[in-house]
Design a protein around this ligand. Structure first.
Ligand code: CUA
Length: 275
């Protein structure tokens, strides 16, 4: 190494060190402040999802600090600028044992996180309690359409060939069960504290139905009916977003979820049915 290069390297170390400390301080501060953190949870299963998220973050965070910390320590201790040289010795038995133990630990952590995550995923995507009512969700460029079965509790027949700009579900209006179906655009109302099933579809491209406060995110895929269920636990108004890039109007494909007491919900539904 010539003189100039080593002088450059001497400067680089401290500058990089200061930058690294700055990064760690800023990101820790943002983390403690909970900036850009998830919004306050507003569904029953969301509490479990948050717990899994935090456990995953804690484990991977601890591993990150241990592994990157030891890497930084070794680089610092045996770096080029130091006179101390590491002593190399080949010890195959020890290396094998170390690899095996580390492998078992990582595998154990993986399986635990997988089991935790999956058991919680099945809570929302598994079978709902008996007699849970259904709301249909139909995504389109660039709106969310909702359909309630109406007073008869039966959804009218739909036919994809009938889908048009004024008939997003392709509702067959000659079917007597279709007469009282209640349709709503970009406004989803749900009763507070009651389980609800969502049947999610799309009639053009892939969208993603996203309720950030309720910890629900599910792709809407053309040709598929995807069901999930959840219990909105807190009354209020929440965002419904599309979280799949679906075209030029993707940014404005947002709707509103209103969670309200049962009687307010019924009043809204009755009014929506009249219009
Ligand atoms: Cu629909 Cu993005």
């Amino acid at each position: 190494m010539n003189r100039q290069n080593s002088a450059g390297a001497d400067h680089f170390g401290p500058i990089f060190g200061v930058f690294l400390v700055f990064l760690v301080v800023v990101s820790s501060w943002l983390f403690i402040q909970r900036r850009w953190w998830m919004p306050r949870v507003a569904s029953v299963h969301g509490i479990d999802i948050d717990r899994v998220f935090l456990i995953t973050l804690a484990i991977s965070g601890a591993l990150f600090i241990i592994l990157q910390g030891s890497l930084a320590y070794l680089a610092f201790r045996y770096g080029n600028a130091r006179s101390e040289r590491p002593k190399y010795s080949v010890r195959p038995k020890l290396e094998k044992r170390f690899a095996l133990i580390a492998g078992i630990i990582i595998f154990g952590i993986d399986v635990t996180l997988f089991a935790l995550g999956d058991s919680n995923w099945f809570k929302a995507w598994g079978p709902p309690p008996a007699d849970t009512p259904v709301v249909e969700v139909m995504a389109e460029q660039f709106a969310w359409n909702f359909r309630y079965a109406g007073p008869d509790g039966v959804f009218g027949t739909t036919d994809p060939t009938l889908i048009s700009s004024t008939n997003p579900f392709g509702l067959d209006k000659t079917d007597p069960a279709a007469v009282d179906d209640i349709l709503s655009i970009n406004q989803l109302h749900l009763p507070e504290g009651k389980p609800i099933r969502l049947r999610i579809r799309s009639h053009d491209v892939i969208h993603s139905f996203f309720l950030p406060y309720q910890r629900i995110k599910q792709d809407a895929v053309p040709g598929m009916q995807i069901e999930l269920w959840f219990i909105p636990s807190r009354a209020g108004q929440y965002d419904i977003a599309c979280s799949q890039l679906c075209g030029l109007g993707h940014y404005r494909m947002r709707a509103q979820l209103t969670v309200e007491p049962q009687d307010a919900f019924e009043t809204w539904l009755r009014l929506a049915g009249q219009s």
